[in-house]
Structure formats: C-alpha cells, structure tokens
Design a protein around this ligand. Structure first.
Ligand code: HEC
Length: 132
C-alpha cells in the first residue's frame, strides 16, 4: 500500500514534464525552417504575386490530399490560392522522409491561426503511393 503515493507522484510528475516539454509540431517547424521558409516566409505569407501563402490558405483544406505529393515532388500547374493565381512552379524536396513530410504538414496546418486537422503518416504514405 505504501507504494501507491510514490507511484502516483511518479506518474503525475512524468506527465506534467511530458506536457511542458512538448511544443506541438516542433520537428515540423524545424523542417519548415530548413526547407520552406525561404519562399513561404516565417509568417506563412509567401511572396506577393509569386509564392502563395500557407497562412490561412484555402488551398491547404481544399487540396489536403495533395500536400504530401507537392512537398516531395513539387508542382508545376498554375494554382489559385485565396482567389489569386500563382504560376511559378515549386520544386519538390525529395530527401524528406514520409515522417518528416507528415510533421511539416501538421506544422503548417496548425501554425499562423490555421486549424486544419491532423494528418497521419499512413495518410501521407497513401497519398505518396498515388503520385510516385
Ligand atoms: C523555392 C521556393 C519554394 C520553396 C523552397 C517551397 N515552396 Fe511551396 N510553393 C512555391 C511556389 C512558387 C508555389 C506555387 C506553385 C504553382 O503555382 O504551381 C508553392 C506552392 C505550395 C503549396 C500549395 C499552395 C499553397 O499555398 O497552399 C504548398 C502547400 C506548399 N507550396 C508548401 C511548401 C512546403 C511545405 C515547403 C517546404 C517543404 C515548400 N512549399 C517549399 C515555392 C516554394
């Protein structure tokens, strides 16, 4: 019986530490800073006229099933994001793993006030299967 308080204490400490240290999508943020920020910018606003925004971008929800493919293989077709057309192609980042792509997608879907839901690694892999 005397062990119970210790066990309880251990678990409470453990979970509070886990929660404090956990910045959501921290890894996705690092990946974004390495591979995307030059074009899509720190605040996700893109570059007027040339590079579409990710912050509050309707494209992220209307084309959620394409994001993994865009990140890995790039995209050349003209896109309309928030009512504006973009014609500059984007090169893919083929060295990113499936997990890294999922982390980036989850980061951009929850940053800058975006609230676009969670993407699993399985969903990323299923998408990539189709555009391989
Ligand atoms: C060299 C500049 C550049 C880099 C680096 C870049 N992009 Fe893009 N991105 C673009 C351009 C330009 C387009 C528009 C493509 C088109 O019109 O066909 C685009 C389009 C997109 C779109 C679809 C449109 C939108 O705004 O929602 C997403 C999503 C996206 N990029 C995410 C990323 C992510 C994530 C990364 C990092 C892994 C990244 N991009 C890296 C330039 C870039």
């Amino acid at each position: 019986m005397y062990k119970l308080p210790f066990i309880t204490f251990f678990f409470l400490t453990f979970f509070s530490l886990v929660n404090c240290n956990q910045k959501p999508y921290a890894h996705g943020k690092i990946m974004y800073e390495n591979f995307c920020v030059n074009c899509h910018m720190e605040d996700g606003s893109g570059l007027v006229g040339n590079i579409p925004p990710l912050a509050k971008a309707d494209y992220l929800t209307t084309n959620a099933d394409k994001l993994a493919c865009i990140i890995r293989y790039g995209i050349t077709e003209n896109l309309v994001v928030n009512g504006k057309e973009y014609t500059t192609p984007m090169a893919g980042v083929p060295q990113l793993t499936d997990v890294e792509i999922a982390n980036i997608i989850n980061y951009i879907n929850h940053e800058w006030g975006n609230d676009n839901g969670y993407t699993t690694i399985k969903q990323v892999q299923a998408q990539l299967e189709k555009c391989r």
